[in-house]
Design a protein around this ligand. Structure first.
Ligand code: SAH
Ligand code: SF4
Length: 411
């Protein structure tokens, strides 16, 4: 679906196109799409149904990339598949590890565009921060990604591919025999194991505005959530938006994951400056869309992200106004305070730790949770808002000019 306005990303084709060698990459495709492709390749209905189910399971549940490993598919059938299809992964250009254990991968699309994904390990969970676009059209003033010139929507395959690659890198595919299965491969114990996974949560908080690439993000997350494949629960997936109001209800209905909203300011003046999309969809409209978000309740709260910018949005009055707004709209909400992560040429400073603490306390005093996020992976530029492929460098003057253009286009 296309969203009206000047700042939408270029619309990219959603057709399944073969690669240069004529084969089709199955990565990111749903069970039904795979079945359709098998039908088009002259399998009969019954065979297409059975084979697509098996292949889907091997791809997304077992993580295999080679049809030869699909041991419950007849030996003669495997070359047939390999002649027509591949199971791809994003190309890894660079992999880095932070001193705090955070990992960042620089990835490349087939048309040579770079994007990034980040894995953040914690004691009780492991969160993969997934990109939805190469770059971002929205130019929030504090965000490095917003300064990238090139923007292109990532395909479902490129989005799901990030999760697959993370599972590969973490060595997390189940091993051994499945009860009742006919697989002949085995691990040492012979037992099927899928426990103790590091990757437990996904946040759509990498590069890009996910609701500006709605169809692909929805299709990708449906594959990620499918019970026969990666089987991640919607409760463990969070989609973050800078406030694309017309798409929020649709996201709740068609994807149903947790919602995070990049609020960052409580007055029109400041939000217009730091999140330019506010000129199009103002704070009241945005909060009403949050109040209407399907599935939000006290057990599944909406997260408001709030970046702490020194002398910009961090006063006691701002904190009190934030509380007032949350109460006015009766929002089941929690607030994530994100210390501003610096990047070269950024026009803001981070608020002091004392200021952030005072801001957090005011919100807590009114019964709303407002933890301060510990920045992760800053040393490898993997923290919130620091993602940007190194190939893209611009001067401060150029950045200011771009920001002015964006403001003018928003009217
Ligand atoms: N485009 C989406 C999701 C990606 S950004 C969105 O804006 O919501 C993930 C979070 O990091 C957002 O809340 C974003 O506002 C925040 N962020 C961006 N730049 C940042 C920076 N330099 N320091 C701290 N947080 C930042
Ligand atoms: Fe885009 Fe989000 Fe960065 Fe804003 S904060 S420029 S919407 S990625």
């Amino acid at each position: 679906m296309q969203i009206p306005g000047h700042i939408d990303p270029v619309v990219t084709s959603r057709a399944i196109t073969p690669r240069a060698d004529g084969r089709i990459d199955l990565m990111g495709l749903s069970h039904l799409q795979i079945r359709q492709l098998f039908l088009e390749s002259q399998l009969d209905e019954k065979a297409a149904k059975l084979r697509s189910k098996q292949v889907f399971h091997w791809i997304y549940h077992r993580g295999v990339t080679d049809f030869e490993a699909m041991t419950d598919i007849a030996k003669t059938m495997r070359p047939w598949l390999a002649q027509r299809f591949v199971i791809g992964r994003p190309q890894v250009v660079e992999a880095q590890v932070s001193s705090d254990g955070t990992r960042k991968w620089l990835l490349r699309t087939d048309d040579n565009q770079d994007y990034e994904m980040v894995f953040i390990p914690d004691a009780d969970r492991g969160t993969l921060c997934v990109s939805s676009q190469v770059g971002c059209t929205l130019n929030c003033r504090f965000c490095h990604t917003g300064t990238m010139r090139l923007v292109r929507n990532l395909t479902p395959g490129e989005i799901v591919g990030q999760v697959m690659l993370a599972r590969d890198a973490l060595g997390e595919w189940p091993k051994g025999n499945m009860a009742g299965g006919t697989e002949d491969e085995d691990d040492e114990s012979g037992h099927y194991t899928a426990d103790g996974r590091m990757l437990t949560n996904i946040v759509m908080m990498g590069m890009g505005e996910p609701l500006y690439n709605f169809d692909n993000v929805r299709d990708a997350l449906k594959v990620v959530m499918h019970g026969d494949g990666l089987a991640l629960s919607k409760r463990r997936i969070t989609l973050s938006t800078s406030g694309v109001v017309p798409m929020m209800a649709k996201a709740g209905e068609e994807i149903g994951v947790n919602l995070a909203v990049s609020l960052h300011a409580v007055s029109k003046e400041i939000r217009d400056e730091i999140v330019p999309l506010n000129r199009k969809y103002g704070i009241e409209e945005l909060l009403q869309a949050c109040a209407d978000y399907p599935g939000a309740n006290n057990a599944r709260r909406i997260t408001f992200e709030y970046v702490m910018l020194k002398d910009k949005n961090d006063s006691d009055e701002d904190a009190r106004e934030l509380v007032r707004l949350i109460k006015q709209y009766k929002l089941p909400a929690k607030v994530n305070l994100i210390p501003f992560n610096p990047w070269p040429g950024a026009p803001y400073d981070c608020s002091s730790p004392e200021r952030i603490r005072a801001f957090s306390n005011i919100i807590f005093e009114h019964g709303i949770s407002a933890p301060v996020r510990t920045p992760r992976g800053r040393d490898i530029m993997a923290a919130c808002g620091q993602l940007k492929s190194a190939a893209e460098k611009k001067s401060r003057a150029e950045l200011d000019r771009l920001a002015e253009e964006k403001q003018a286009a928003l009217g």
